[in-house]
Design a protein around this ligand. Structure first.
Ligand SMILES: Nc1ncnc2c1ncn2[C@@H]1O[C@H](COP(=O)(O)OP(=O)(O)O)[C@@H](O)[C@H]1O
Ligand SMILES: Cc1ncc(COP(=O)(O)OP(=O)(O)O)c(N)n1
Length: 271
């Protein structure tokens, strides 16, 4: 009998036709980290490195069917959410997390794409705070997303720490506020808060416009490592190394904000 363990992760997110963000980025990241990837698509976007040209949400029924199909047969060790688009889809996802008693739940609260297109309806922010955060293990907002979720301006690291505490108080067990949008010219610092202590993950800032999909890729790497049973600080540390390699060795594809390189981390390890 085959006794090999296969770790499995599910992404519940939107499709990016350009391949750099959304479910495409998540599945590539799972694969690169030796985790079997599955998807429940919430919306289809027509998108490339120049921006989003169309958003086509799926019905709640379609999302439910996809989640049930993989959960009842294949099984799930960790899940990640990305673009959820509406309060209705968020409600479905929160109820499925409860139904399947998932513990390794990573929320990337995707709101607006780089070019300014909305990937989450404005009124759905409330549903993320009230329905999703209480049933999640980790949330990974960038600074603008953390500002919306906490209704506060974040300029300094102290502002970020206060925002992390505020998010923790909504019920999520770990908060990672990413530093890609911070003012710092030299480094990009991500902050992790577990309700007790702050931890910092720091790498040099890379001067590039090819950062499309960095948030999705980072959160997917955390999810993959949680699926394998890693602790949260270890998973965040590996994700930081993964995204840093992917940005540093980016591919130069397209005429706008290009994608990161999902195979850079593996190649750097000689695999
Ligand atoms: N120019 C950069 N150089 C190095 N790391 C970066 C850079 N931009 C983003 N990162 C890292 O990429 C990840 C995603 O960050 P961020 O850009 O804040 O998220 P999002 O893509 O959701 O806006 C974080 O780990 C962040 O520190
Ligand atoms: C379908 C889809 N999902 C998420 C995003 C946002 O990705 P993110 O990693 O935040 O990168 P940018 O859009 O900021 O480049 C997306 N664009 N599309």
């Amino acid at each position: 009998m085959d006794t090999k363990t296969t770790f499995k992760a599910l992404t519940i997110a939107g499709s990016d036709s350009g391949g750099g963000a959304g479910i495409q980025a998540d599945l590539k990241t799972f694969q690169e980290l030796d985790v079997f990837g599955m998807s429940a698509i919430t919306a289809i976007t027509a998108q490339n490195t120049l921006g989003v040209d169309g958003v086509y949400p799926l019905s709640e029924e379609a999302v439910i069917k996809q989640i049930d199909a993989v959960s009842t047969d294949i099984g799930v060790d960790a899940i990640k959410t990305g673009m959820l688009f509406s309060s209705e889809i968020i409600e479905v996802v929160a109820s499925k997390i409860k139904q399947y008693e998932w513990k390794n739940v990573v929320i990337d609260p995707v709101m607006i794409a780089k070019g300014g297109s909305r990937l989450l309806q404005e009124e759905a922010v409330k549903a993320i705070k009230e329905q999703l955060l209480p049933v999640s293990l980790v949330i990974t907002p960038n600074i603008p997303e953390a500002e919306v979720l906490t209704d506060r301006t974040i300029r300094t690291l102290d502002d970020r720490k206060e925002a992390a505490k505020q998010l923790y108080d909504l019920g999520v067990k770990h908060v990672v506020i990413k530093g890609g949008h911070a003012d710092s010219q030299n480094e990009s610092v991500d902050l992790l808060y577990d309700g007790r202590v702050f931890d910092y993950f720091t790498r040099n800032r890379i001067d590039t416009q090819h950062t499309h999909g960095t948030g999705c890729t980072f959160a997917a790497a955390i999810t993959a490592e949680l699926a394998k049973g890693q602790s949260i600080p270890t998973a965040v540390g590996i994700a930081k190394d993964f995204i840093h390699a992917a940005i540093e060795d980016s591919l130069g594809i397209g005429n706008g904000h290009g994608p990161t390189n999902h195979w850079a981390y593996r190649r750097a390890r000689g695999r």
